[in-house]
Design a protein around this ligand. Structure first.
Ligand SMILES: CC(C)(COP(=O)(O)OP(=O)(O)OC[C@H]1O[C@@H](n2cnc3c(N)ncnc32)[C@H](O)[C@@H]1OP(=O)(O)O)[C@@H](O)C(=O)NCCC(=O)NCCS
Length: 208
C-alpha cells in the first residue's frame, strides 16, 4: 500500500517514508465480490467494502456502542443517538461526491460494523473532507490507518488537490495517526480547541 503525499502543493508525489508491513491492517486477496478481506494485527478478519443502503441497522448498532467521547470526536458535538433519517442518509452515498468504506465483522450474526471512513467532495474547491471512526474494541490494530489510506487513495483517483478534516486538539490518537500519514495541522482561531488537518495531493493533469 503506497501512498504519496506532498505539502505544500508544488512538489508532486513525494513518497511517504517506508513503513513496516506490521503497522497497517493487512489485505488478503480473497476474490470477494463485494470487497476485500483484511486482517488486524491480532489476526481478526474483517470485510472492507463500500457502504450500502442496507447497512442502516448495522450503522445504528455501531453508533450505539460508541462512547460519548468517541461520538464527540467523530461528530465534533454530543449526540445521544443516530436518528434513522441521518443513518439512512449516511448509507446512501452519491458516488459523484462521496465515498464511504466500512469494515464489517462477519464473525458474528448479524454482521457488525467496526469502522467507517468517508469523504465528501467539494468540486468547486477540488478537495474532500474526511471523517473516520473505529470502534474502541477494535482500535490500535491498524484499522484507522487503513481507512485513511483508502480515503487518500480515493481522493487521488478522483484527482483532487487536497483531503482535509476537522480534529479536536484533545484527539491525540487522530492527530498522531494523521501526522504519521503526512498531514499538516492548522489551528482555527474561530474554533478554539479544533484543528484543521490537511494533506496536499499530487494532482495529475491526466484525466482518470
Ligand atoms: C482515531 C481513530 C480513528 C484511530 O483508529 P485506530 O484504528 O485505533 O488507529 P490505528 O490502529 O490505525 O493507529 C494508527 C496510528 O495512529 C496513532 N494512534 C492511534 N491510536 C492512538 C492512541 N490511542 N494514542 C496515541 N497514538 C495513537 C499511532 O501512531 C498508531 O500507530 P501505531 O499503533 O503503529 O503506534 C479511533 O481512535 C477513533 O475512531 N476515534 C473516535 C473517532 C475519531 O476521533 N475520529 C477522528 C475525527 S474524524
Amino acid at each position: 500500500m503506497s501512498v504519496a503525499f506532498t505539502y505544500p502543493a508544488p512538489i508532486r508525489f513525494a513518497p511517504l517514508p517506508p513503513r513496516s508491513s506490521e503497522r497497517f491492517a493487512r489485505r488478503h486477496d480473497s476474490g470477494e465480490p463485494h470487497g476485500e478481506r483484511v486482517s488486524t494485527r491480532d489476526g481478526r478478519e474483517l470485510l472492507l467494502r463500500a457502504i450500502e443502503p442496507g447497512d442502516v441497522a448495522a450503522l445504528q448498532r455501531c453508533f450505539s456502542r460508541l462512547s460519548p467521547e468517541d461520538i464527540r470526536r467523530r461528530f465534533l458535538h454530543a449526540m445521544s443517538e443516530l436518528p434513522a433519517p441521518m443513518a439512512q442518509r449516511l448509507c446512501q452515498v452519491d458516488p459523484a461526491l462521496e465515498t464511504a468504506f466500512v469494515l464489517m465483522d462477519e464473525s458474528v450474526t448479524p454482521a457488525e460494523m467496526r469502522g467507517v471512513g468517508r469523504i465528501y467532495v467539494d468540486p468547486s474547491a477540488d478537495n474532500a473532507e474526511f471523517s473516520v471512526l473505529v470502534e474502541r474494541d477494535w482500535s490500535r490494530l491498524g484499522l484507522g490507518a487503513l481507512l485513511m489510506q483508502r480515503l487518500v487513495d480515493d481522493c487521488r483517483r478522483r484527482n483532487l488537490c487536497e483531503i482535509w478534516g476537522y480534529v479536536l486538539l484533545e484527539n491525540r490518537p487522530m492527530l498522531e495517526l494523521c501526522r504519521e500519514l503526512g498531514f499538516v495541522r492548522r489551528l482555527l482561531p474561530s474554533e478554539p480547541g479544533t484543528a484543521q488537518i490537511s494533506l496536499a495531493l499530487g494532482k495529475s493533469d491526466k484525466p482518470r
